[in-house]
Design a protein around this ligand. Structure first.
Ligand SMILES: [Zn+2]
Length: 309
């Protein structure tokens, strides 16, 4: 099995609540604990790949830093290194998606950046690597349909907006924090979404003592929706770990063992259905980075365990 990581994933954004060192720490943990997994450096995507999803004006703003308000719409300071870094993270998702078509499963040890939409960034997400990767695979004629399964704590609003104009894509977001117009809503009952025929949002309302069972039940109930109109050619899985109870945004009482069970269910589903799956790290901001890395490593172990069988 091959996972993709590049030291250039980390953009120099200074001290920030988004842990930019995380992908390198997860890659090091995978090397140590799962030596059977080969870590490979991906190539960056090019401007043509980005422009299948994002407006040229926005891509140019991120490349040059002008206009600055647009280049920083994802809410961190622009630097000349930012563009190269986000081309590499999208390249990682593309490489993992392509590899999963060969091996059944793969991973990009990068974020999928699900808040980014066509003309701007949001929520620390510059380019939507998930849809950039899928559009590139369609251009290569390697896939014609795809699904995004988003189990990050936050609603994948950017992916939903991009799915709305792409009938070949099915996007399911099961979330414990809503997200809209660069704002996070910890109470998932505060807003109401208009879903579309191919993009669906399912909130996780906190339950006293029942968050694990509720999450797993909702997941089992809605996974079949991904294949309701035929099997997609690939699934991209945003395996966020910001649902952990230690995360500053999480209203849910969930531990690493609960997310490990979630991951097992997802990988068993993909294997049973015979659909290639590539996963990304997605969110995770708990103050103890060790806990975040442990939870991401669990996803790697679940993936390796299910697909090595
Ligand atoms: Zn998140």
């Amino acid at each position: 099995m091959k996972f993709f990581h590049h030291p250039g994933f980390a953009a120099p954004i200074g001290r920030h609540m988004v842990p930019v060192a995380k992908p390198a720490l997860v890659a090091a943990a995978v090397v140590k604990v799962l030596p059977q997994i080969e870590i490979v450096e991906p190539d960056p995507v090019g401007i043509e790949d980005l422009c299948r999803v994002h407006l040229p004006k926005y891509v140019e703003a991120v490349r040059t830093g002008n206009p600055r308000s647009l280049a920083e719409s994802q809410r961190f300071p622009w630097s000349p290194e930012l563009f190269g870094s986000v081309c590499l993270t999208s390249g990682g998702v593309l490489a993992a998606a392509r590899q999963s078509l060969e091996d059944g499963a793969s991973a990009a040890l990068a974020n999928g950046f699900h808040h980014a939409s066509s003309d701007h960034g949001e929520g620390y997400c510059t380019f939507n690597g998930l849809v950039v990767a899928l559009e590139a695979l369609r251009a290569e004629r390697k896939i014609s349909t795809a699904a995004v399964l988003d189990l990050d704590l936050h609603y994948g609003n950017g992916t939903a907006l991009l799915a709305a104009t792409r009938p070949w894509l099915r996007a399911l977001s099961i979330y414990g924090n809503d997200y809209w117009m660069n704002r996070s809503y910890m109470d998932v009952r505060a807003r109401y979404h208009v879903d579309g025929p191919n993009h669906l949002s399912v909130p996780l309302v906190p339950t006293k003592g029942g968050d694990r069972d509720n999450m797993l039940e909702i997941l089992e109930d809605w996974l079949p929706w991904l294949v309701a109109e035929g099997r997609p050619d690939v699934i991209l899985y945003q395996a966020g770990v910001d649902l952990l109870r230690e995360d500053p945004f999480s209203p849910l009482d969930l531990g690493p063992e609960d997310l490990l069970e979630r991951d097992r269910i997802v990988f068993e589903f993909a294997k049973r259905e015979g659909i290639p799956i590539a996963w990304t790290l997605a969110g995770g901001c708990a103050p103890d980075i060790g806990k975040v890395v442990e939870a991401h490593l669990n996803t790697a172990m679940a993936c390796s365990g299910v697909f090595a069988k």
